[in-house]
Design a protein around this ligand. Structure first.
Ligand code: GLP
Length: 245
């Protein structure tokens, strides 16, 4: 695992954006896996800035989002579809045809998930997946479990995830109880993985993920087995690590 310790969130986002731009420059039709949440917002802002300064074009890239809430349609302000358009896609030159986000209101979630996997295969796999981290160590919406998940699937969200994500909703009751998410196998098949971790609330989870045993109870720990992982942390997130690099 390549671990990059940054001073603060701003530096974390700058370094992450430089890496994304480097990948697109070396492969203009790169396939990216993208996260939602508060952590990647600064990265998306940096990328928009670089696009406006003509440093990068997203015209040929394809994207696959990690996950989507079940039951929220595209126009719902809390859907990840809306999040991606408002915070990133509408501000760059990406071709709408190349954007792939799981449909949270599909009436056949198994088919939706299988189709999503097929599309990933058709474009030759994901070159770089960017991940955030849940406070319980989840990646995408792969919650702590007794086994690591496989391909993209429908998942029941854990109470702590519902509570953590309720800050975006009017109440905890409004947070969907299920979601569709890339599975752990889907994530592990991506050629490169970049994890962004910011804030003290993630310090324990990232310590366990990097230094602890590999266990499905801490889904991010599986990344220890991936051959090309970069974890970018700010000082708040890294303060519990044994070995401060
Ligand atoms: C959600 C998403 C995850 C994300 C996590 C952390 O649960 N499904 O993909 O990593 O939130 O979000 P934040 O960056 O807001 O802490």
């Amino acid at each position: 695992m390549n671990i990059i310790l940054t001073k603060n969130y701003e530096e974390l986002c700058e370094i992450a954006a430089e890496r994304v731009v480097d990948i697109i420059k070396s492969k203009p039709n790169a396939v990216l896996g993208l996260p939602t949440g508060s952590t990647p917002l600064g990265l998306y802002n940096e990328l928009i800035k670089k696009y406006r300064e003509n440093e990068v074009s997203f015209e040929e890239i394809s994207t696959f989002n990690l996950d989507e809430y079940e039951g929220l349609d595209k126009n719902n302000p809390n859907s990840y579809y809306r999040f991606m358009f408002d915070n990133f896609f509408k501000n760059i030159d990406i071709n709408g045809k190349n954007i792939n986000i799981l449909n949270g209101i599909s009436d056949n979630s198994d088919f939706e998930c299988d189709e999503f996997e097929s599309k990933i295969k058709r474009v030759g796999g994901i070159d770089l997946i960017i991940l955030g981290l849940g406070v319980n160590g989840h990646i995408g919406f792969n919650e702590p479990s007794n086994f690591f998940s496989g391909n993209t699937f429908r998942v029941k969200l854990h109470k702590e995830t519902i509570v953590a994500n309720s800050r975006f909703f009017n109440s905890t009751d409004e947070v969907p109880k299920y979601a569709l998410t890339m599975g752990v196998k889907t994530i592990m098949q991506c050629k490169k993985v970049m994890v962004l971790v910011s804030g003290t609330s993630k310090a324990e989870a990232i310590k366990k993920a990097i230094e602890g045993e590999i266990t499905p109870q801490l889904p991010a720990s599986i990344l220890q087995l991936h051959k090309d992982v970069t974890i970018i942390l700010d000082s708040d997130a890294s303060h519990l690590l044994n070995n401060k690099l």
